[in-house]
Design a protein around this ligand. Structure first.
Ligand SMILES: C[S@@+](CC[C@H](N)C(=O)[O-])C[C@H]1O[C@@H](n2cnc3c(N)ncnc32)[C@H](O)[C@@H]1O
Length: 348
């Protein structure tokens, strides 16, 4: 990743996250609203997700930002990296985590099927340390650290809660290392599993701190997106709903959500993941906001169809359409023919 984007290092891995697309999105926005005007405008991000778009907007110096996502996990990112303007993880936090007693809760709940005992213990210590503090920003920073490490403590980031059992069992001495696929010794998937735990903690603390900076003031909401858009005044609205028939966030993040919120109850599935039906209600609720930016995938709908749908709500707007080849999570995806769509509508 180019050095200038080191500010993204603290963001958690997020399927459908836009960190590699933000320069393209904002370059196209500037053709509708010149960048020189952004400092007077409020930017709304209705589906915050892993936070890439709001973090980039915060660095661009918008007058203010309001971001929203109904998931608890996105509140963690929003609190730790978006609302937070200057608080980083410091030596005192390392000491606090190191001295925090591991209650054994994570060990009981997540070994040996998800994490090895040693890794579950570190997650437990961070969780306990987070519980013991009252400052919401510091709590969120600890939770974000926990999220990052949960990804480091499994063979592939995408295997949290699914297929890490053989690796966790090998680390715990419950099965022979010889029984693991030989490929895993060659493709670096075991690399972070075998690192000393504290080395990974240090690495992630550094990465998280790189994403903490003073920028636009940020407000954070946890509403249904349609309500958020209806109620929140703003100038530029970014919409990045789950694309129909692709990632189901509530299922993909089941284990992370359990780790972060402690709740065993999975969130209900989003209607946006099922079909494009909710898009009309979303556009209808956005009528008072002058500029819209929509990100979408081409799996179930074409660029022309999406444009026509927006045009029906914004008959007099200037609408531009953009598309590019894009592979989400290229390390695991085999689909290279996917198109990322972008539609921008603004007053003529
Ligand atoms: C495609 S992701 C957003 C990715 C984000 N732009 C980024 O760069 O990381 C979609 C997000 O929408 C959230 N979501 C799904 N349905 C929602 C709803 N009805 N209201 C609010 N958020 C919703 C999911 O929790 C998920 O985080």
């Amino acid at each position: 990743m180019p050095k200038r984007l080191a500010l993204f290092n603290g963001l958690p891995p997020y399927p459908g996250g836009k960190r590699r697309l933000v320069p393209w999105i904002f370059a196209n926005l500037s053709k509708h609203v010149p960048a020189g005007e952004w400092s007077k405008l409020t930017f709304l991000d209705a589906f915050l997700g892993g936070g890439a778009v709001s973090l980039f907007a915060k660095a661009q110096g918008f007058a203010s930002i309001a971001c929203n996502d109904w998931s608890y996990r996105s509140q963690v990112v929003g609190q730790a990296l978006l609302r937070n303007q200057n608080q980083i993880l410091e030596e005192a936090d390392r000491i606090c985590i190191a001295n925090s007693p591991a209650s054994g809760i994570f060990r009981a709940q997540f070994t040996p099927h998800t994490f090895s005992s040693r890794h579950a213990e570190m997650l437990d210590q961070i969780h306990q340390a987070a519980q013991a503090i009252e400052d919401p920003t510091q709590t969120a920073l600890y939770q974000l650290l926990l999220w990052h490490l949960a990804g480091d403590f499994v063979c592939f980031g995408s295997s949290i809660g699914t297929s890490n059992r053989p690796y966790a069992e090998a680390l715990d001495g419950l099965r022979s290392w010889d029984s693991l696929p030989p490929k895993r010794y060659l493709d670096h998937s075991l690399h972070s599993l075998l690192q000393p735990t504290w080395k990974l903690v240090e690495k992630r603390i550094k990465a998280i701190n790189q994403s903490v900076f003073g920028g636009s003031p940020v407000q954070l909401f946890q509403h249904d997106a349609i309500e958020f858009v209806r109620q929140t005044p703003g100038d530029i609205l970014y919409l990045d709903p789950p694309y129909a028939q692709t990632v189901r966030y509530e299922a993909a993040f089941k284990t992370i959500d359990r780790l972060l919120s402690g709740s065993m109850q999975a969130d209900p599935p989003s209607g946006f993941s099922k079909s494009t039906d909710l898009l009309n209600a979303l556009f209808e609720s956005a009528k008072s906001i002058p500029v819209w930016i929509l990100s979408y995938g081409d799996k179930t709908v074409s660029l022309e169809e999406l444009k026509a749908q927006i045009q029906a709500h914004r008959p007099t707007a200037r609408i531009t359409t953009h598309a590019r080849q894009y592979t989400h999570m290229p390390h695991v995806s085999e689909n290279r023919s996917h198109q990322e769509l972008l539609i921008i509508a603004s007053p003529q």
